[in-house]
Design a protein around this ligand. Structure first.
Ligand code: GLY
Length: 577
């Protein structure tokens, strides 16, 4: 091992940690392990995530005999340490799990509104939204769900102990890891407001100066919090010292999460939503996720010969935009927490509804979003989320998306506990037809109520064939999560792309309102743009932010071999063996 570390001396400790892990796996498994941003191949296990160290943490557990769920839980806890802008224990997420016998289950550990939350809590006396209240304050935090969800996932479907899967995360928080240039800059720029409160500054600085590339960044308070979870399970977070620290933090900042809210939080197992698409089964998260839109759009596209049209063809882009326009209009009207709102789910995913909903599409002309109202189905984020994909060779797969909502959530740290509070309350519709940070609007279905879960776009998705998982995918990116996930699926199934290309190719997005098409550079050639404009599409806008749309870290089983691809738009690696 020393030899390996000397070999890479001069490189960062992050890489050393990975190599240390890799070396151990090679020793224990006698197999060659790959770790790269190119496609990585393996026989037994594969994880693709936003953080090199988190992928390695999950693979460490799988190399010790753990299954895909063990790997996913270890990765998720490690992400809370190594990728704190989205990885978390103070937020929430969704997991879609494919079992070796072909069953698929989904787990919802989305945050909930606190017990004293109310519909108009972000409005002033005149009924106007108070800007920032649902995003930047203690009032923005929903009751965190990640810890309950991860522990329940592990207890029911993992094979390893809580102590084993938490160990890499505790080690990373306690011993620290070297910040690379990207991460140091991200903390200081995207996370600028982290310097505004003493509790966050304590975690996200090096005492009297900002963090810098090359610093060994330790998170001692977070290590102790993780150790309490290690020792006491959910009680180590939702009760006792951690709960006291959360409630004290709330009192300091006029937040409303109580001991009772924390004690009562429970994640929920829900039936997945599913549709067939060209001989494949596509499984994803039902409400309070709006991933059902991925299925609706696939249903609308299925009657068309997408493969012959070809990737990037204006006629296909036109069809996709029209399908997106209609499904996002449905989202605003029909989707919310199913425990509080009667979501017409069966109707929304039915092939009949898709045919009806798409019947008015004009192949020669764009529709106007103002003319597209919600349909009537039968039965009636900078943004920062993160997605990772895991698969083992036994047919178990996990698609997992987790978030604090904005980058670093509310930017508020629970003093003494070392973790960030989410600002997920902004995903509620704070006022009918008022845009949230992703320019999404909502209505009654997603209005705030005590203990209700806010609507999400997180779309962890598994595509299977004949009862075996083929593709695990999903993405961060607020409202663009849905269209990113869709495009990876179309690229694989319709365009026959290798996974690396399916994940890397330029993407675009439309969400009904605002009526505009955002696209990555190179997504549309100049003549494609001209054709789209001639069809009547408006608001073509090159994606203005950093590296692109989404971060679709995906895993695939092809010809009996596992493949992992880290989306090249951001850091991290796929690791497998
Ligand atoms: N917070 C982003 C989402 O759940 O859609």
């Amino acid at each position: 091992m020393l030899f390996f570390e000397q070999l890479i001396s001069g490189r960062d400790v992050m890489f050393k940690c990975l190599i240390r892990g890799v070396f151990l796996f090679v020793l224990t498994t006698q197999t060659v392990l790959g770790a790269s941003t190119e496609a990585v191949y393996g026989d037994k296990a594969m994880i693709s995530s936003r953080s090199t160290l988190a992928s390695a943490a999950g693979i460490e557990i799988m190399a010790q005999g753990g299954n895909a769920v063990d790997g996913a839980v270890a990765t998720a806890f490690a992400l809370a340490v190594t990728y704190p802008s989205a990885g978390n224990i103070g937020g929430g997420g969704f997991a879609v799990i494919h079992f070796p016998d072909g069953r698929v289950l989904t787990q919802d550990h989305r945050e909930k509104a606190p017990g004293t939350a109310h519909r108009d809590m972000y409005l002033d006396a005149d009924g106007n939204e108070v800007k920032g209240l649902s995003r930047d304050t203690h009032l923005a935090a929903g009751v965190p769900g990640s810890v309950d969800g991860l522990l329940d996932l592990l207890e029911r479907h993992g094979t390893k102990s809580r102590q084993e899967v938490l160990l890499p995360a505790i080690r990373l928080a306690k011993e620290g890891f070297v910040l690379d240039r990207y991460m140091a800059r991200h903390i200081n720029t995207v996370g600028k407001r982290l310097q505004d409160t003493p509790a966050a500054k304590k975690v996200f600085s090096m005492g009297d100066r900002l963090v810098e590339a090359g610093d060994v960044w330790q998170q001692p308070d977070l290590a102790v919090t993780l150790q309490r979870i290690h020792d006491k399970g959910r009680a180590g977070f939702y009760e006792g010292k951690t709960a006291d620290l959360i409630v004290a933090e709330m009192k300091r900042g006029n937040g409303i999460i109580t001991h009772e809210d924390l004690k009562n939080y429970r994640s929920v197992w829900r039936e997945p939503v599913m549709t067939t698409y060209r001989g494949y089964d596509v499984w994803t998260m039902g409400p309070p996720s709006s991933a059902v839109l991925v299925l609706q759009i696939l249903n609308m596209l299925e009657p068309y010969d997408v493969a012959s049209m070809g990737y990037g063809a204006a006629e296909l882009i036109h069809l996709m935009i029209e399908a997106e326009r209609r499904s996002y209009a449905d989202r605003a009207e029909h989707l919310g927490d199913p425990d509080f709102w009667d979501v017409p789910l069966e109707g929304l995913v039915s092939k009949e509804y898709a045919l009806k909903r798409f019947a008015d599409v004009d192949l020669e002309k764009a529709s106007d979003s103002d003319d597209i109202l919600a349909g009537y189905p039968a039965g009636k984020e900078s943004m920062e989320t993160t997605h990772f994909s895991v698969m083992d060779s036994n047919g178990m797969a996990v698609a997992f998306t987790t978030t604090l909502n904005s980058s670093y959530g509310s930017k508020l740290v629970v003093d003494g506990a070392g973790f960030l509070l989410n600002n997920e309350m902004d995903d509620f519709s704070v006022k009918p037809n008022t845009m949230n940070q992703f320019d999404l609007i909502g209505r009654e279905a997603n209005a705030i109520k005590p203990n209700k879960r806010m609507l999400s776009s997180m779309s962890p998705t598994i595509v299977s064939k004949d009862g075996k998982p083929v593709l695990v995918t999903g993405s961060p990116g607020g409202s663009t999560i849905i269209t990113t996930t869709l495009q990876v699926i179309l690229n694989v199934i319709d365009h026959g792309m290798p996974l690396h290309d399916a994940v890397s190719m330029p993407r675009f997005h439309h969400q009904w309102t605002p009526n505009r098409i955002i696209y990555e550079r190179y997504a549309f050639s100049p003549d494609t743009q001209r054709i789209l404009e001639a069809l009547g599409h408006v608001g073509l806008m090159e994606w203005p932010y950093g590296r692109g749309i989404g971060d679709a870290n995906s895993v695939m089983m092809k010809d009996g071999v596992l493949q992992g691809v880290k989306d090249p738009r951001a850091e991290g690696v796929a690791v497998g063996f």
